[in-house]
Design a protein around this ligand. Structure first.
Ligand SMILES: Nc1ncnc2c1ncn2[C@@H]1O[C@H](COP(=O)(O)OP(=O)(O)O)[C@@H](O)[C@H]1O
Ligand SMILES: [Mg+2]
Length: 236
């Protein structure tokens, strides 16, 4: 059994745009260890989201392999791949992607229901997760009644409640002001340590760099560097 959570071997992704082929990722090889706290950086269009989508099993590479704990995602049926996402991966997006008609409680409950659990088995777990992200007083509110920072906290709780091995956070601070961004990054750093879930950010945000322990730079669909970082930012 591999020690790595994710291994990418010579991954390329080619999109067909009209008559043209466009290469969004080009021969990317990478290993992500358990409990990692890292980011993909690089200009808009460099392939960050494409890479997260391949790791998360939302899309498949044109060539190359994506392995999860040594198992090739390519060998999974659609149903197996959906189960892989539901059970192992938490997604966090720039635009939060909460269900607007549901309360905070129901949004965080939702992934557990999808995983076949009954509400009465998990009510306390959902409430504890909402409290962990500091929203116990907002638990019955709808997303429209919350600030952007609060919405992103709900999304973090929803991603973590199923105890995934990996969180993929695509530009999670892009819609937040500086103070809220730092609060969200602090929270994710704390939860990474507590829950041992690996986190991969994609980001333009320089602030993220101060928290993470590894940074991978993409340019035109290729890795241009991959280096360790301190990850020592303390609450400001
Ligand atoms: N579904 C798609 N069809 C065609 N081109 C795409 C598609 N998704 C992404 N691309 C292109 O692939 C490149 C990388 O996109 P993306 O991974 O979204 O970059 P980033 O997240 O770094 O901004 C961009 O040039 C984008 O236009
Ligand atoms: Mg993107």
């Amino acid at each position: 059994m591999s020690e790595n959570l994710i291994t990418l071997e010579h991954v390329s992704k080619v999109y067909r745009v009209g008559e043209e082929n466009f290469s969004a990722l080009n021969d990317v090889s990478l290993e992500v260890s358990k409990g990692a706290f890292m980011s993909f950086v690089g200009p808009s269009g460099s392939g960050k989201t494409t890479l997260l989508n391949l790791i998360g099993g939302l899309d498949r590479p044109t060539t190359g392999k994506v392995l999860f704990k040594g198992t090739d995602l390519e060998n999974m049926s659609r149903d197996k791949l959906a189960a892989y996402r539901r059970e192992n991966i938490g997604f966090i997006f720039q635009t939060y992607n909460l269900l607007p008609v549901y309360s905070v409680y129901e949004n965080v409950l939702f992934p557990l229901i999808l995983n076949g659990l009954k509400e009465n088995q998990v009510r306390e777990r959902v409430e504890a997760m909402v409290a962990k992200v500091g929203l116990q007083d907002q638990i019955n509110k709808k997303p429209a009644q919350l600030s952007g920072g609060q919405c992103q906290r709900v999304a973090i709780a929803r991603a973590l409640v199923k105890d995934p091995l990996l969180i993929l956070a695509d530009e999670p601070t892009a819609n937040l002001d500086s103070e809220n961004s730092h609060q969200i990054l602090n929270l994710m750093q704390t939860l990474n340590q507590e829950f041992k879930a690996a986190v991969i950010f994609s980001t333009h945000d320089e602030k993220v760099t101060r928290y993470i322990r590894r940074e991978v730079k993409l340019e035109d669909g290729r890795i241009s560097w991959d280096k360790p970082r301190n990850g020592t930012e303390i609450e400001t």
